[in-house]
Design a protein around this ligand. Structure first.
Ligand SMILES: NC(=O)C1=CN([C@@H]2O[C@H](COP(=O)(O)OP(=O)(O)OC[C@H]3O[C@@H](n4cnc5c(N)ncnc54)[C@H](O)[C@@H]3O)[C@@H](O)[C@H]2O)C=CC1
Ligand SMILES: O=C(O)C1=N[C@H](C(=O)O)C[C@H](O)C1
Length: 240
């Protein structure tokens, strides 16, 4: 594959390494400083754009590629309120758009474990439920996209909650799931869900040891998406 990297920061660099080690080529490495290079690319030679940039840049980057018929694999977090626009454009251009808040296989297994635990605990009203995520200090958005996906899994199973709320030390209503976001270097991403009662606690944690799992997932999805059309997710890619 010939891969265009929209965003060439911490993630883009690891993705390039993994992609090249699997025999792929890199069509361009786009950052905030060299966006003009987009104009000189040979569009027809690009098989996929992998987009890991920043929340405020994601829609523009993804739209640029989709409107040229280039399939996009995106992992940028913090922009999903605008996802319907991209879904509509994907349909209009008859191409493919794949989004995941987290591309690591381990986290996607953890999503299933989280939802199963939430369903087991749905009548256990003596347990208070909370979530904590820890990331490096350069992270722009809070809570993390992964924490939001985990929260959506809990909300789907626990009727006591109407929404989640970022815990910034304020009072949080009982019908809101509190998520605390800590920024500590060099944490690549740790997510913990705690069910706490007077009698005991149940806690599940996923700890990423590096960014390799996220980057490998994005490359594998880019290979898989080559013969696909439409709006796709990890549930389409993983068969569990
Ligand atoms: N879904 C997943 O599995 C994962 C998602 N992420 C998300 O990916 C995104 C990127 O993460 P990092 O690589 O750690 O960030 P980073 O800050 O190291 O890199 C961001 C890159 O985007 C570029 N950029 C910024 N504005 C741009 C613009 N307007 N147009 C083009 N490029 C622009 C920057 O120049 C830089 O190259 C974040 O939103 C992060 O939350 C990170 C890890 C895993
Ligand atoms: O910004 C990061 O680093 C990460 N972002 C994603 C998120 O917001 O969930 C995925 C991973 O946790 C790393």
């Amino acid at each position: 594959m010939n891969i265009l990297l929209l965003g060439y920061g911490k993630m883009g660099k690891i993705i390039a390494e993994i992609a090249e080690s699997r025999g792929h080529s890199i069509a361009g490495r786009i950052t905030i400083d060299n966006m003009a290079e987009l104009d000189s690319l040979a569009i027809k030679t690009i098989d996929v754009a992998i987009e890991f940039s920043q929340p405020e840049a994601a829609v523009e980057n993804i739209s640029w590629a989709i409107s040229r018929g280039i399939p996009v694999v995106s992992g940028t977090t913090g922009w999903l309120h605008e996802k319907p626009v991209i879904e509509q454009l994907t349909k209009e251009k008859n191409t493919a758009f794949f989004y995941a808040s987290n591309f690591s296989v381990g986290v996607n297994i953890f999503f299933k474990v989280n939802r199963f635990l939430a369903s087991l605990m749905k009548d256990q009203v003596d347990y208070k439920i909370s979530m904590e995520e820890i990331h490096h200090t350069e992270k722009k958005d809070a809570p993390s996209g992964t924490a939001i996906t985990l929260a959506e899994g809990i909300l789907a199973e626990q009727s006591r909650f109407q929404r989640w709320t970022l815990d910034e030390g304020q009072a949080i209503e009982a019908d809101s799931l509190p998520i605390s976001a800590k920024r500590i270097d060099p944490a690549p991403g740790t997510h913990t869900i705690t069910y706490s009662s007077d009698i005991d606690d149940i806690e599940i944690t996923h700890t990423a040891h590096s960014r390799k799992g996220f980057a490998m997932g994005a490359v594998l999805v880019s290979e898989w998406i080559q013969d696909k059309k439409g709006v796709l997710s990890m549930d389409d890619f993983l068969s569990f």
